[in-house]
Design a protein around this ligand. Structure first.
Ligand code: ATP
Length: 224
């Protein structure tokens, strides 16, 4: 049971993935409760993106199971509204922030009101700004806004603070906390021990194994 009295939204059990001779995930189990922010801490190449791909239903484990709201995310794309943000977001040149959101909404069934996503991500005052003028941190917030357009219940975020200065990373954390307080479940990867320690819980991915219930002392050994 999670802290909202429901079951876990994300559940991975014994997940194994191998690329040729290389075993990247060697039996990884992980559960994330509704409204929880869960970090995956690991060095470059540890397999964090691969794990997020499994949770997003983009990759099927050779062994083990993945469940989002009790459904297989690979087979049942509609069981849960998921928003996924990879490190290289792809957007539309020449548009303002509001136009980017509007364009995205046209591709989405039953999209959220644009004002709502801009407010949740703190972009309301930047609605008329050409998105190319946004700095890295605001671009990340726009990526989050787009991920939310489809009423995502689950966000899978690949290194959402990568390359940001501490103050800019704080701003992203504020947005994640707002989303979590609205019941959005978040699984994010990070190579940064400090960010991992700011999540509700974190787990360390090391040599294909997940060390759950990571603590701060353990995390500091894994700083990238
Ligand atoms: N499609 C693929 N084919 C072969 N090897 C792959 C493939 N995708 C990833 N890998 C390898 O699997 C390992 C884990 O990659 P992954 O991208 O999941 O790690 P990561 O923890 O996200 O690291 P990074 O921060 O570098 O992205 C790496 O050694 C990578 O080279």
């Amino acid at each position: 049971m999670d802290r909202h009295g429901g079951t876990n939204v994300i559940e991975l059990s014994g997940v194994r993935i191998r690329f040729g001779e290389v075993a990247v995930l060697r039996g990884v189990s992980l559960a994330v409760a509704k409204g929880e922010v869960h970090a995956l801490l690991g060095r470059t190449g540890a397999g964090k993106t691969t794990l997020l791909e499994v949770a997003a239903g983009l990759r099927r484990p050779a062994l083990g199971t993945a469940r989002l709201n009790n459904a297989d995310p690979y087979l049942d794309q509609d069981a849960v509204r998921r928003g996924v943000v990879w490190r290289e977001g792809g957007l539309f040149p020449g548009l303002t922030v509001a136009e980017v959101v509007d364009t995205w909404r046209r591709w989405t069934l039953d999209p959220v009101d644009p004002g709502e996503v801009l407010e949740l991500t703190g972009l309301t005052t930047l609605a008329d700004e050409p998105f190319e003028r946004l700095d890295d941190e605001r671009r990340r917030r726009l990526d989050l806004a787009l991920a939310l357009v489809g009423r995502a219940d689950v966000l899978l975020l690949d290194e959402p603070m990568a390359g940001l200065a501490p103050q800019a990373a704080d701003r992203i954390w504020q947005v994640l906390r707002t989303l979590s307080s609205h019941g959005v479940t978040i699984l994010m990867s990070t190579p940064n021990a400090n960010d991992a320690c700011r999540a509700d819980r974190f787990a360390i991915l090391d040599q294909g194994h997940l060390v759950t219930n990571g603590n701060q002392a353990l995390a500091s050994r894994y700083v990238a």
